[in-house]
Design a protein around this ligand. Sequence first.
Ligand SMILES: *Cc1c(COP(=O)(O)O)cnc(C)c1O
Length: 382
Amino acid sequence: MAKIKIIPYGHQWLDDNDIKEVIKVLKGDWLTQGPKIEEFEKAVAKYCGAKYGVAVSSGTAALHAAYSVAGISSGDEIITTPMTFAATANAAVFCGARPVFVDIRSDTLNINSELIEGLITSKTKAIVPVDFAGHPCDYEEIFKIARKHNLLVIEDACHALGAKYKGKKVGSFSDMTILSFHPVKHITTGEGGMVLTDNKNFYEKLKIFRHHGIIKIPEKGKWYYEIENPGYNYRITDFQCAIGISQLKKLDKFIEKRKKIAERYNKAFKNIEKIIIPTEKIYAKSAWHIYPIQIRGAGRKEVFEKLFKLAVGAQVHYVPLHIQPFYQKRFGYKKGDFPIAEKYYEGAITLPLFPKMTDKEVQYVIDSVKKILIINNAQKMI
Ligand SMILES: *Cc1c(COP(=O)(O)O)cnc(C)c1O
C-alpha cells in the first residue's frame, strides 16, 4: 500500500454546520457569558439524563470544580485508579487532597471495586471511578460501598459520554459526572468540559466556582456581590458552546461509527495469539473512546515504533499515575504497588479510533498490525 498521511489515534469531526453555528455567534452580541452556555448545558444534561450541567473551560477544570464543591480539601482522600489521565488525580492535589490509588481489573481495566473498601479511612471523601476507554465501571458494587460509608461518587466519564451501564446513560447515576470536550473526545468544543449533577446545591456552587466565587446579592443592589471563597475563571465561551450544541446532534452517529470500527478490530485481532483485545461486559455499552490492545510476548516498544514507521499514529493510555515522579515523591507510591495496572501498561498500545476514520484507514491499521506481528500467515511473531 502506498504511504499515507499519519493516522492519528483520535481526531475531531467538524462539519459545515458546526462552523456555521460558530460564525452566527461571532456575529452576535455574546462571545462569553451569553445564552449559548445554558443551551449547551441543558442539551448535554438532557442527553445524559441529568438534571443540571455546568459547562467549564476543560475537563480538568470540571474535575477541580467538582472536587471543590464536594468540600474536598487539605488532608482529605479520594479513591481512584492509577490507570487514568493525570488530571483525575492532579485535580485532587489542587485541593490539597491525597489520591489513594486502587489497582484495576484485568478485563475492563477499570478500578477493581473489590479493593476499594479496604482503603477507606476517616479522611476518604469520594470514590472517583474512571470509565476507561469508554467502558463503564461496575457501579452497583461501587454505589453499595459509597452508600455504606457515606462517600460521594464523582465519576470521571471523560472517556464515556454516551456509554450505558445496565441500560442507564452515563451521567444519570453518579453524584457528579465529569465530561471533557477535547478534540479527541466524543464531541468537541476545542477545549471544554462539564459537570453533570442532580444536586441543586452542587449546581449552584459549581456556577459560583466557575466565576471567581462571585455570589450576587441583588437585595443589596443590582451591582452587589460577595466572595466567600475565591473561585477561578473556568468559563467556556459562547462560540465553543455553539460548536458543542451542533456536535451533540451527531453524537449517536459518532458512537455508532466508533462501535463499528471497534467491532472490525475485534474480529481482525481476536485470533491473534499475541494480542489481547478490549473486553465489553454484558452490563455495559461502551462509548469506545479508545481501542487499547495489549501485546503479549513481543516487544511493545518495537511494535509501537514499527506502527509509526507505517504511519499508524498509535498511543499508550496511560503511564500509570503511581509511577509518575510526582506521585512517588509526594505520596510514597512505587513501582510494584499496582501489578495489574503495570502489567497492562507494559503491553498497551492504543490503535487509531475516531468516527471520521475511513474504511480504508481501518483496514490499513489492521494490515499494519498483522504485518508487524505475523510472519507468513503462521502465528509466528517477532
Ligand atoms: C481528557 C480527560 C481529562 C481531562 O480533560 P481536559 O478537557 O483535557 O482537561 C480527565 N480525565 C480523563 C480520564 C480524560 O480522558
